[in-house]
Design a protein around this ligand. Structure first.
Ligand SMILES: Nc1ncnc2c1ncn2[C@@H]1O[C@H](COP(=O)(O)OP(=O)(O)OP(=O)(O)O)[C@@H](O)[C@H]1O
Length: 316
């Protein structure tokens, strides 16, 4: 039986006037590898950030194993969700082993004083942590490089180390943001095997990736975000066969396109304005119909007023 591990309900994220994620419902079940794809700027990373507490969604909730998550990254990690980032974020001047040990801090009970005084409790916990970290390094194939500085690892191994560090927090769900970015085909294939092995350890995986072959080989289910909305969700076969997905990637309009209604409205307003402009040259008529242009002008004014006042403030 599949049980939901992660449940996002009606998640919306706005940045000022821009809605980057709009009313997204999304579930990851235990034992699943789920892919999240979409064209550039579709809202994938913003959605990830809502799941991991980096952003507080404007609306909606995110639950892990049935409990609503507090919007604080360290509490989300403590609850059982770990992530990697689009850009590698390792401690470059720390060793491979130390990087993994850092990832374990949410799972060690020893406090600051215990660590400073290096009491017996701390030394025991430290030994256990090191053994667990070494297990992980064996698992990802970096045990022989435990004492190498992270910055001296080849790119593909740095990406692996990031995954090991995320796994060190003993997550039930791992979120990978573009894990194969910049990898060669062999490294990508190795990453595929690694993700399968992680799933086989009982950890559910959610992955954002632009490499479609990687996604469709790997995922049990794929969700497609377009302009912040979930357009399609299903198995790799279903998603690949959906013409709306192809259209979204090619930038062609399609029935049900989230932006289509707005585009049609603007086009209609422009057509009306043009028609009325031809009948009469009165400016009042076109002002009535050209609403989108008007509202844009209003926004500009607000922005420039704010900018002006900041400049004035700085000058004083
Ligand atoms: N902190 C922010 N403030 C304002 N706008 C933002 C912020 N973060 C993202 N956006 C905007 O939200 C939209 C979605 O961006 P996001 O990075 O989530 O897309 P993405 O699907 O991850 O893109 P990519 O595949 O290129 O990484 C974009 O229009 C982006 O400019």
């Amino acid at each position: 039986m599949t049980t939901p591990v992660l449940e996002a309900r009606d998640v919306t994220m706005r940045f000022g006037g821009l809605t980057a994620v709009r009313s997204v419902d999304f579930t990851v079940n235990s034992g699943e590898i789920v892919g999240l794809i979409g064209p550039n700027g579709a809202g994938k990373t913003t959605f990830f950030n809502c799941l991991t507490g980096l952003y507080v969604p404007t609306e909606g909730t995110v639950s892990y194993q049935g409990k609503v998550l507090p919007p604080k990254p360290h509490l989300v990690t403590q609850a059982g969700i770990a992530r990697t980032f689009q850009n590698i974020r390792l401690f470059a001047n720390m060793t491979v082993l130390e990087n993994v040990l850092v990832g374990r801090h949410t799972r060690t009970k020893e406090g600051l004083w215990s660590a400073l005084l290096r009491g017996p409790g701390f030394r025991k916990a430290e030994k256990e942590s090191e053994a667990k970290a070494m297990e992980l390094l064996e698992f990802i194939g970096l045990a022989a490089k435990r004492d190498h500085l992270a910055r001296n690892l080849p790119y593909g191994e740095q990406r692996k180390l990031e995954i090991a560090r995320a796994l060190a927090s003993e997550p039930g769900l791992l979120l990978l943001d573009e894990p194969t970015a910049g990898m060669n085909p062999q490294e990508t294939r190795a990453t595929e095997d690694l993700v399968f092995a992680i799933r086989d350890k009982g950890i559910a995986v959610l992955v954002i990736e632009h490499d479609m072959r990687f996604i469709f080989n790997l995922c049990d289910r794929v969700a497609v975000l377009v302009q912040g909305e979930k357009l399609v969700e299903g198995t790799s076969d279903v998603v690949q066969a959906d013409e709306r997905v192809v259209a979204a990637y090619l930038g062609e309009p399609f029935e049900g396109d989230p932006g289509a209604a707005e585009a049609a409205e603007v086009e209609a307003a422009e057509a009306t304005a043009e028609a009325e402009g031809a009948e009469s040259a009165e400016p009042a008529d076109s002002a009535e119909t050209a609403e989108p242009a008007d509202s844009a002008a209003t926004t500009d004014t607000v922005e420039s007023t704010e900018a002006d006042s900041t400049t004035k403030g700085e000058a004083q």
